[in-house]
Design a protein around this ligand. Structure first.
Ligand code: ADP
Ligand code: MG
Length: 247
């Protein structure tokens, strides 16, 4: 199972949000996309999941195992950037999950889905606001798994969480099975596992891609180097305001 982007571009009336993006994510090897705010991470996810607004113009090709236009829900599970907004606040989690399972004709019930993401069945009786941020994120992943999709795309699933909870959620996503494609965006190098694939984005383009361990230890692009130097553990060096990265 392979998710491929070939020469993908996205234009909004306000400007170009993705430029000539090539990316291959294979089952069994989680793929992380890292980049600053506005670099195009959410646009990339929307292009993959078919969730671009009507005003957007998509070029290039997104395919799963060579099939263009993969179906959302059954082929691609989507974990949205703000997990809280994927549930309505006025209904308990159980009913909402059951509805998703019915809609996607899923084989796992709500309770089994929660078990997959490490939540107790008691959460089914709760309203979304009664759950912690980490629990809602887990519930959103459970909903994305309802149709048992071979591809799971999560857009900044850890942006609202602290590092420890972030690592738990990342471990959950990357542990979803060796026969699934898992694509995760983040702006935090600290959550990227060494054995994942890593694509670095800057201003709508891919600047670097490779095994995370290699990119993180021997970054080739000056932007990746500067991003790494800006990490607290590497001395918290601010990104140079006057540096131009080319491209
Ligand atoms: P990121 O997720 O990395 O922060 P986005 O993909 O959200 O980046 O944004 C990339 C660029 O596309 C930004 O310049 C942003 O303003 C623009 N953009 C994103 N969504 C829309 C939209 N719906 N309409 C117009 N411009 C958009
Ligand atoms: Mg985003």
């Amino acid at each position: 199972m392979t998710l491929s982007l070939e020469g993908v571009g996205v234009w909004f009336p306000t400007g170009q949000a993705l430029t000539d993006v090539d990316l291959v994510a294979a089952a069994g090897r989680p793929h992380f996309v890292i980049g600053g705010s506005g670099s195009g991470k959410s646009t990339l996810c929307a292009a993959v999941t078919g969730l671009l607004p009507g005003s957007a113009k998509l070029t290039g090709q997104v395919s799963v195992d060579g099939h263009p236009e993969p179906r959302r829900g059954s082929v691609i599970g989507v974990v949205p950037q703000s997990a809280m907004t994927c549930f309505t606040p006025v209904r308990r989690l159980g009913g909402q999950l059951a509805e998703t399972v019915r809609h996607l004709r899923g084989e796992r019930g709500p309770e089994e889905l929660l078990e997959l993401v490490g939540l107790e069945a008691g959460a089914l009786r709760k309203y979304p606001h009664e759950l912690s941020g980490g629990m809602v994120q887990r519930a959103a992943i459970a909903a994305a798994l309802a149709g048992d999709p071979p591809v799971v795309v999560a857009d900044e699933p850890t942006s609202a969480l602290d590092r420890d909870h972030s690592r738990d959620i990342v471990a959950l996503l990357t542990g979803l099975g060796s026969d699934r494609v898992v694509l995760v965006t983040t702006h935090d190098f600290g959550v990227v596992p060494d054995d994942a694939d890593l694509t670095v984005m800057l201003a709508s383009r891919v600047v670097e891609t490779g095994r995370a361990a290699d990119v993180l230890t021997t970054p080739e692009h000056p932007y990746t180097r500067d991003l790494l130097a800006a990490l607290p553990e590497n001395g918290l060096n601010p990104l140079p305001a006057d540096r131009h990265y080319g491209g």
